[in-house]
Every structure is written in structure tokens, then in C-alpha cells.
Write a protein that binds this ligand. Sequence first.
Ligand code: F6R
Length: 363
Amino acid sequence: TKGNYRHFMLKEIFEQPITIGQTLATFLDEFGNPSKGFGKVEFSKYKRIYIVACGTAFYAGAVAKYWFEQVAGIPVEIDIASEFRYRKPVLEEEGLFIAISQSGETADTLAALRHAKGKGVETLALVNVTTSTMAREADIYLPINAGPEIGVASTKAFTSQLTALAAFALNMSEQKKFLDKEHLAKLVKALTEVPDIVGETLQLDGEIDKMCLGLSHAKSLFYLGRDMNYPIALEAALKLKEISYIHAEGYAAGELKHGPIALIEPGTPVIVLAGQDPLLEKTVSNLQEVASRGAKVFLVADKKGAEIVGDIAEQIITLPDCDPFTAPIITTIVIQLIAYHTAVHLGTDVDQPRNLAKSVTVE
Ligand code: F6R
């Protein structure tokens, strides 16, 4: 049931401190070490990772690419499932194929998994539905344990996918001894703090709701981000499109000037995601580029970012402090609430958006 919540989507957004905790309990042992839940898999033997998924799950994979490369030093290729087979990818047998899927039934992702298996590559499925086809067919199966997700727009499954992938990258890092012990311990600790910080972030709900009243009048808007905020900008735009039907685009902040800036008119909302941004100064200059063309800039940032941007932004949502490693999970909470409240202001059917199905079983 929805309990006291108006929609399943809102309930699932607010459940995230718990569901992320469940995912952590699946993959971190009682000492907080990322060694549980991965069986006896020797991740250190793989030379390359291929991540394949659709939609929101694809964006989880896009964040994971940064994690695996930064903390485990392993090259990662990522494909949209419907493109993977047909581009005739050159696959190394020492590679690990990872399918990410909430349902475990998405036709394109399943076909990609079968393709990789057929080429002799080991396959792993990161799935929420334990009884699903992907969970059955993959060589290795990792459950994210987010619990059933009812809202068609994925929220808690996404943050659990991210949490599982972060733990996975740390496990691989540990096996490969890629980081020094203190550094690894710091990242593991940061991951265990995520449920509490997500709880704090949810307290921004009222403030975000107010901001969305203005956004609901927009015809079109942009999300910008650098580094791991870039895939989160893509996920943010997808979530907003799906349930509010406002045209939204996510861009790497540095890419805007290569074309899309032509679409910025006085009043166009631009939401800049800059929480724990390692290239904050560059993002600020991208923000100034759009502001000087009349865009209405909204900033989602940590305290430092909020101070630097000051009054160029129409409104600033200040995130609680967290480690840069876990920042994409924290920022996700804000972009989910932005999509939700904007849609509610517009009166759309949040849990059953038009033209969408919870599980896409046709190619
Ligand atoms: C977006 C959304 C979809 C799914 C995509 C993949 O909110 O829910 O983009 O993420 O259809 O579905 P799964 O994860 O079940 O493979």
C-alpha cells in the first residue's frame, strides 16, 4: 500500500534510507568490508568490464564506469542494450559482462546478456527481481534487494543499483589491491554513511517543492553536470520527461556551448548539478555562460559550491556534506523530488505515466 503517501513514487523515494541500507547489508559484512554477497568470485581476474542496460539502469552503469575506473583501475565500456549486439562489439574473453536491470526481464538487456554468453564472456546480472530470467541465466547473479518497486518511474531501484555497484567497485579494488588500505577504508565508511545522508537530503523536500512550482510552467529545461554529475543529469532529465512530460535534456556541462546553448532563451530553466564537483570552477563558468543569455539558473550543490555561485542562481538547493565518491547517490534524491513535485503541480498521473510500462519485454 501507499501508506500515508499520495503516490507510490513518493513512498519509494522516502523509503530510500531503508532500501539503500538493505543493499548495503547485502554487500558489506558485519565489519563494513565489501566482501559479502559476492560469493567467491575472483573479480581481480577480469581485464575489462562491459556494462549493458536500458534507461535508468543504463545511467546507473554510466556512474559505475567512473567508480570502477577510479577505484579499481579497470577499463569499462558501457552500451545501451538495444545497440550492443548490433554494433558487433569486440569482446575479450577475460572480460566481465554486467547486465543491470530492475525487472531482470527487459528484452534488449536479456538479448545482450545472451549474446555475451554466446561469445564466451562471463556474465553477471545485477537485478532487483530475484525470480527473473536474467537472474536465472547469468553466470553470476547479484540481487540489489530494494524490495518491490511499484512506481513506473524507477527511484529506489536506481539508488540500490548505484549502492550495489559502488560496493562492487570497492570489492574489486580490495581484491586487486588497487588503493592503499586507508583510502579504501575511507570510501567504505563513506558508503555506510549514505542511508543517513539520504535521510537528511529528504528533509529538503519542502524547499524543492517550492522550486518546482516555477519549473512546472517551463516548456523545456536543461540539466547540466560534470564528472559523475553528468550521468545524474541524464537520469534527472529522463525522470522529469517521464512523469511531468516537460521536455528536458541532460548535458555534460562543458558540451552545452557546442550546440545546445542555441536553445537557451530568456527564462529557460537550467538546473546545474554541482555537488562535490571536482571541476567546480569550470562548471561555474558554464553556468555563467547560460545565465548571461537569460537562463534561469537553479543550483544543486554542496556548501562550497553554493558559496561560490552566490546570487547568479535563482535558487540554490544545498546538499548535506558527503564524500565525492557517494555524491551521485545523494544528488539523485534531489532530482527525483524535482521530477515528482513538478509532475504533481502539473496534475499528471505520477505512478502510471502515459505510454510507459514497468517492464519492457519487446525489443
Ligand atoms: C525509468 C525507467 C526505465 C527503466 C528501463 C530498464 O524510470 O524505469 O528507463 O529503467 O526500462 O528497465 P529494467 O531496469 O527493468 O531493465
